[in-house]
Design a protein around this ligand. Structure first.
Ligand code: B12
Ligand code: SF4
Ligand code: SF4
Length: 266
């Protein structure tokens, strides 16, 4: 029998690169090529990262699974919440102290809303990272200051408005229109890419998060420290196993700085 208190959720945020954000900022209707490719390849990377962490934990004798890869994960249509799933990465991240929701429903983190995220649940007890907010909308200017609303202006599907969000409008747009567009224009076969509400907005890179320093490229977010702590036995102590500290947030990183930080290859 497993009690909730026996478990720890390990969570990470992988921000989009500055080049991807820059390209998508100029878009008015459809995603840029980089954004579409990041949606496809980014999720593949997430899948591998989840599998890697689960495996490292299991080798260290710790039961673990990635909720979204487990047989219990399903996406469903809820009468109350429309499109829903049995594991919400965004809710888990909010609880883990990594971010709060914005007007567009996107999760705004210290490194911004333009990101992808993932999690692994493990049977181990680790003290939780501190949660630095009480309000679940703390990083959104619309809810905290009554300003902004830029994500609503940017949404080409009319899904985000100042009155709330329509999931079906977003879903129809990204499943039908952008999927056709990125396939015919870039040869990328992927549904669900758009992200105009995540780029060209004040919260894109975490600038609406007050009072907290932005993590440097090779620094870990609080939730990621848990990951390192937990995978230490199998990774950090073994010199032959590489550790990826950050995949994607390259604004201040260069091969020289990476080298200085002890990373052998960028
Ligand atoms: C199905 C899905 C979709 C569907 C429907 C999503 C939806 N619920 O609206 C479609 C295809 C439309 C979609 C679109 C997009 N998605 Co999507 N999607 C998912 C997926 C697989 C499941 C989401 C889900 O149904 N969860 C259950 C519902 C109930 O919760 P939720 O959507 O996570 O979040 C809810 C909260 O924000 C809540 N909320 C808002 N305020 C408050 C306040 C309180 C108090 C509470 C309790 C809740 C709450 O309302 C949201 C909607 O119900 C997740 C991965 C995952 N397993 O979590 C990715 C995920 C949510 N998508 C993501 C992304 C990047 C996108 C897109 C930008 C597409 C793209 N890649 O270009 C758009 C953004 C849409 C938007 N405005 O946020 C990221 C989120 C990034 C972020 N910053 O938030 C995720 C987490 C994928 C990942 N691994 O990184 N997506
Ligand atoms: S663009 Fe503005 S209104 Fe929309 S989520 Fe970001 S801070 Fe909130
Ligand atoms: S992903 Fe695109 S369609 Fe969906 S809410 Fe954001 S801007 Fe609108």
């Amino acid at each position: 029998m497993v009690e909730p208190s026996d478990l720890t959720v390990i969570f990470w945020i992988l921000p989009q690169t500055s080049a991807t954000k820059k390209d998508n900022r100029t878009q008015k209707r459809y995603p840029s090529e980089r954004w579409a490719r990041a949606r496809k390849k980014g999720e593949e990377v997430q899948g591998r990262l989840r599998a890697y962490i689960v495996n490292a934990l299991r080798v260290a004798g710790i039961d673990a699974l990635a909720p979204v890869d487990s047989p219990f994960f399903e996406q469903t249509m809820s009468q109350r919440y429309e499109h829903a799933s049995t594991w919400s990465e965004r809710h888990a991240a909010r609880v883990a102290g990594l971010g709060t929701f914005g007007l567009s429903d996107g999760l705004i983190t210290r490194v911004g809303k333009a990101m992808r995220c993932g999690s692994v649940t493990a049977r181990v007890q680790i003290p939780p990272s501190p949660r630095t907010y009480d309000d679940h909308h703390a990083y959104c200017l619309f809810f905290t200051k009554g300003t902004c609303g830029r994500c609503a202006d940017r949404c080409p599907a009319g899904s985000v408005t100042r009155e709330g969000r329509s999931k079906p409008k977003c879903r129809d747009y990204v499943l039908l229109k952008t999927a056709d567009y990125v396939k015919s224009r870039f040869g990328v076969e992927i549904y669900g890419s758009c992200g105009l509400c995540q780029t060209g907005v004040p919260c894109e890179s975490g600038d609406t998060v007050e009072g907290l320093s932005k993590p440097k490229a090779h620094h870990l977010l609080p939730g990621q420290r848990l990951f390192l702590a937990m995978s230490l036995p199998e990774t950090a102590l073994r010199k032959d196993v590489p550790i990826i500290l950050c995949t994607g947030y390259g604004e201040t990183m260069s091969p020289e700085k990476a080298n200085d930080a002890g990373i052998r290859k960028l």
